[in-house]
Design a protein around this ligand. Structure first.
Ligand SMILES: Nc1nc2c(c(=O)[nH]1)N[C@H]1C(S)=C(S)[C@@H](COP(=O)(O)OP(=O)(O)OC[C@H]3O[C@@H](n4cnc5c(=O)[nH]c(N)nc54)[C@H](O)[C@@H]3O)O[C@H]1N2
Ligand SMILES: Nc1nc2c(c(=O)[nH]1)N[C@H]1C(S)=C(S)[C@@H](COP(=O)(O)OP(=O)(O)OC[C@H]3O[C@@H](n4cnc5c(=O)[nH]c(N)nc54)[C@H](O)[C@@H]3O)O[C@H]1N2
Ligand SMILES: [Mo]
Length: 743
């Protein structure tokens, strides 16, 4: 068992410990020889796209882009361990339910299709043709196609995603919830009406030119480690790095590059020049304060505003109203701190604003994002070199999946083109997002749940209700690489369909195939796996979708099996339907791929009125409670995938059930550091409790707590959603603590 301890971490992020941890990850997966070969291909022009995160690659590459958490992601896929039919024969589903997420993950790669056998409560082998037939029978028996739900996680390639949404729409529904619904949905929902695009407006080049980078609610040291190298270079040339985060994150403070031998010997770079710790959910107040100070100083870019924007006068009047006391109380930053940050913004001629889950997972996320964009517009910081909006996406192809039409509310124009290209009439009614899908399954209105990747049972909010919803289904199907909770929380019938990972050779009739992905900055490029498949029985995701479509839609005019013989054929069809992909196959040939473009970056505003819109927002009403809890990632996890039990930068080893708390709050509660507590969330439909969490004192404001997801997902109320975007508010859960009575 790993050692359990709490010991503050003194070193910079990265450095020798990152190398050691990477080696340990490869060792524990027994992937050493193979893992290293694989790593050399990560994020190379002719290699595979790292399945870790959506941060773009530097291009052209000098050496391989090392990243500790990239190594963990690759090692987890290249693991030597296998989940075989014998494994399932040994363990019943009820028994596996007792395994924690870490132990499930450690079992290794899935090797052949399995079906749930209710009589024995075991998964038993099933052939691929029988599996597709079983799904086809269930889908064809539904009273309406809308009784099926098709989830996508963001690792799915463009080719698989495009075929998948086409199949689902030919089948007849827009029920396409995806992980975006729990992630960056508010970024798209906020930016699109304002500047006409829902994607970031910057490229990596802008990071080399920015005079200031403002980072809101993001922990790149763990979740986008390759971003640290950009921040380091920026810091060295004097760029101001201004962080807004309730928690002091080591990865935003100091960095030693594990790629550079000199830095391993103690050299390190300070990253954040200014670190502000607002209260959880206080960012809208903070940004309102910053905007007001810029206006009071007359720092707006009047020419840009006159030429490009609408709504400025009403916006100004709104922002200048209200009291500073409210801004300070809600934001948790003093007027002096706000003035200091505003001064940096005023002094910078090119500012980038980045944000992550600390901004998107609140009730008022869309409003906060629009205020961030207002802040940028105020000084013309969109569409000039070194400046712009940078929502930092999570899954490595989550942005591409949306581009390919994985969207429960597709545009009319997209559906028109899709229908025309493939000779059918796509359904027009909007489909279910993640939370609507849970509600539909719970109510018996949805009966089949199909997932292309991910771990819905663990990632979704309100674990108890999500599980009840999945269990009510007639059929649940999981297309996955590794064993996870969603295989164990299943419908009356259940199937596991194991697929190739991105690091593996994908051999089809015309030879080995590459797939494409789009990163957080709209670069589209090829990804080719190098490793032999984890098992000879695996199919690629495009092949699974095509064979499923063939079985479900015998009358379809789409040549499903012909398309997957050569993925270039799929790309030719994408080029016909999706904006920006003309001449797709040829443009892919460029090393590093091609840039999709971004109209806001060119100051073309595809909005109502044709201008960039200032959109004011009042301070939100935050839930009243003893504490607000944010559910975050540890350093050793990838979403619901728990690789290890340490969170090195936060000084936690061997524990996952921890709750970070301010020292003064402890005193107020009469509790001790190291005491065990139960956490109860309070919502209008009742209370939810998770038991036995270790209190750990940390540098976090009073009234704020942090814990890991998914252990705390049972606390996230199904109805606590972002306005408009409907993203679960998993960063601002109203809770109270009580001494744990359990042993
Ligand atoms: N290794 C690794 N890489 C990953 C992932 C992973 O799990 N592991 N997940 C991937 C995915 S899908 C995503 S979406 C991204 C997630 O990457 P992040 O957006 O960094 O996600 P979180 O770990 O949830 O961290 C949220 C950060 O926001 C801060 N925060 C929380 N609430 C607030 C608030 O109210 N205001 C402010 N200003 N800050 C707040 C927290 O202290 C924390 O530092 O990473 C991707 N990359
Ligand atoms: N409380 C709380 N809840 C959250 C969040 C939070 O911050 N707090 N974050 C939310 C966010 S940002 C996101 S994106 C979601 C993530 O939700 P999901 O994307 O659903 O979850 P993951 O944990 O990324 O999925 C992991 C599983 O994907 C499968 N997998 C891995 N690689 C592949 C592949 O190449 N192909 C296929 N088919 N399967 C593969 C493996 O079987 C693995 O077990 O969770 C959300 N839930
Ligand atoms: Mo995400």
């Amino acid at each position: 068992m790993p050692e359990k301890k709490i010991a503050p971490y003194g070193a910079a992020a990265g450095g020798l410990d990152a190398l050691k941890a990477s080696l340990a990850a490869l060792q524990s997966q027994q992937a050493l020889g193979k893992g290293f070969i694989t790593l050399r291909q990560a994020n190379q022009p002719d290699g595979f796209d790292c399945p870790g995160c959506a941060w773009p690659d530097r291009n052209p590459h000098s050496s391989f882009e090392f990243c500790e958490n990239g190594v963990k992601a690759v090692a987890a896929e290249a693991t030597a361990f296998r989940v075989t039919r014998e494994f399932f024969a040994r363990h019943s589903v009820s028994e596996l339910m007792q395994f924690d997420d870490y132990t499930l993950e450690k079992q290794g790669r899935l090797t052949e299709p399995m079906r749930y056998d209710a009589a024995s409560d075991h998964y038993v082998p099933i052939g691929w043709p029988e599996a597709f037939d079983a799904i086809a029978r269930q889908l064809q028996a539904l009273a309406s196609p809308d009784e099926a739900v098709f989830y996508t996680s963001g690792r799915t390639s463009n080719e698989a995603a495009f075929l998948y949404q086409l199949f689902i729409r030919e089948f007849g529904t827009n029920n396409l919830p995806d992980c975006s619904n729990m992630c960056h949905e508010p970024s798209g929902a906020g930016m699109t009406p304002q500047i006409g695009v829902g994607k970031g407006t910057v490229t990596l080049d802008d990071f080399t030119r920015a005079e200031a980078i403002f980072i809101f609610g993001q922990n790149p040291g763990t979740n986008h480690p390759r971003m640290l190298a950009e921040l380091r270079d920026a810091a060295r040339r004097g760029c101001r790095i201004v962080v807004f985060n309730p928690l002091r994150e080591r990865g935003l403070e100091r960095f030693a590059d594990p790629k550079h031998p000199l830095q391993l010997l103690g050299g390190e770079t300070a990253l954040a020049t200014h670190y502000y710790q607002p209260r959880i959910g206080g960012d809208l107040a903070v940004v309102r304060g910053l905007i007001r100070m810029v206006l009071e100083a007359g720092g707006e870019d009047a020419r840009f505003i006159a030429e490009h924007c609408s709504g400025f006068e009403a916006f100004r009047a709104d922002v200048m109203s209200g009291s500073w006391d409210e801004i300070e109380a809600q934001g948790g930053l003093s007027r002096a701190q706000l003035a200091e940050a505003a001064r940096i913004y005023l002094d910078s001629e090119a500012t980038i604003v980045t944000w992550g889950m600390g901004i998107t997972q609140h009730r008022h996320s869309v409003a906060t994002i629009q205020m961030l964009v207002n802040l940028l517009l105020l000084r013309g910081n969109i569409g000039k070199p070194g400046a712009g909006a940078c929502p930092v996406r999570g899954h490595s192809n989550v942005q591409g999946d949306r581009t390919m039409g994985i969207n429960e509310r597709p545009s009319e124009a997209f559906l028109d083109r899709l229908g025309q290209a493939f000779g059918f009439t796509p359904p027009r009614a909007p489909g279910h997002d993640v939370v609507a899908a849970i509600e539909a399954m719970r109510a018996g209105r949805a009966k089949v749940f199909f997932a292309l990747g991910g771990n819905f049972a663990a990632a979704a909010p309100d674990t108890e209700q999500t599980r009840a919803a999945l269990r009510r289904c007639e059929l649940t199907v999981q297309v996955t690489t590794k064993l996870n909770r969603s295989h164990l929380v299943h419908g009356r019938q259940a199937l596991i369909l194991p697929c190739l990972g991105r690091t593996e050779v994908d051999l089809q009739a015309s030879g080995p195939q590459g797939v494409t992905v789009e990163d957080s900055m709209s670069m589209v490029h090829l990804s080719r796996g190098m490793n032999p498949p984890a098992s000879p029985h695996l199919l690629s995701e495009p092949a699974i979708v095509a064979r499923l479509a063939q079985a479900v839609l015998p009358a379809s005019r789409t040549p499903w099996l012909w398309l997957v013989e050569d993925y270039a054929r799929i790309r030719d069809r994408i080029a016909e339907v999706v904006d920006g992909f003309q001449d797709f196959n040829r443009r892919l040939a460029a090393p590093g791929g091609f840039y999709l473009g971004n109209s806001a970056r060119e100051r073309r505003w595809q909005t109502e009125g044709g201008r960039a819109r200032f959109m004011p927002h009042p301070l939100p009403t935050l839930p009243a409670a003893d504490f607000r809890l944010m559910t975050v990632r540890s350093h050793d996890q990838y979403n619901t995938t728990v690789y290890g039990l340490d969170d090195r930068y936060r000084g936690v080893y061997g524990h996952r059930r921890v709750c970070f708390i301010n020292r003064d709050d402890l005193a107020r509660l009469g509790m001790q550091d190291g005491e065990w507590v139960d956490i109860t969330s309070i919502w209008d439909d009742g209370e939810r409790t998770v038991k036995r969490f270790l209190l750990v004192v940390h540098d976090i404001p009073q009234g704020c707590l942090a814990s890991y997801f998914p252990e705390t997902n049972p606390l996230v109320p199904l109805g606590a959603l972002a306005d408009i975007a409907r993203t679960p508010a998993s960063k601002s859960i109203p809770v109270r603590l009580s001494r744990s009575t359990d042993e």
